[in-house]
Design a protein around this ligand. Structure first.
Ligand SMILES: Nc1nc2c([nH]c(=O)n2[C@H]2C[C@H](O)[C@@H](COP(=O)(O)OP(=O)(O)OP(=O)(O)O)O2)c(=O)[nH]1
Length: 128
């Protein structure tokens, strides 16, 4: 099965992190994730994450660090999830696709019902 390449952003607002909840009509409904999305043909990972964050959240970010990518097989599809630690730069946060968000301290994030592919990323991030 073809692997979908997806970037995602761990966005730091001061000392809190943004998590977003997938809506009921999306794949993996109501799961929590880091915002991001699929890499388009010819697009770099960095351009992808900046574009997706602006499209989904209306904010500009600066990419700081790349974490370890995770390949995960869901029942119907397989993804490679490519995570970046980023910082908020500008813009007013607006949810364009997700049904909810929260800002939480690092050690509070683990209590959410995450998309499965995000769990190793979250663990790596928490141990940094
Ligand atoms: N953006 C993002 N997607 C994630 C994460 N974890 C995870 O398993 N995914 C999955 C959910 C989606 O199937 C896929 C990302 O695709 P997407 O958000 O751009 O597209 P989508 O669900 O709207 O899918 P589609 O209807 O356009 O095919 O990766 C994550 O942390 N962030």
């Amino acid at each position: 099965m073809k692997t979908i390449n997806v970037t995602c952003a761990i966005i730091q607002f001061d000392d809190k992190i943004l998590a977003v909840q997938r809506s009921e009509t999306m794949k993996l409904p109501l799961k929590w994730e880091f915002p991001g999305g699929k890499i388009e043909t010819g697009e770099s990972e960095i351009d992808c994450i900046k574009r997706e964050i602006f499209e989904e959240l209306n904010i500009k970010i600066e990419v700081k660090e790349k974490l370890t990518s995770v390949t995960h097989q869901y029942p119907n599809f397989k993804i490679k999830l490519i995570p970046f630690i980023v910082e908020y730069l500008s813009g007013e946060l607006k949810l364009r696709e997700h049904c909810g968000f929260l800002l939480a301290y690092k050690n509070e994030l683990i209590n959410l019902d995450w998309a499965e592919a995000d769990v190793p990323i979250l663990k790596e991030f928490i141990e940094l």
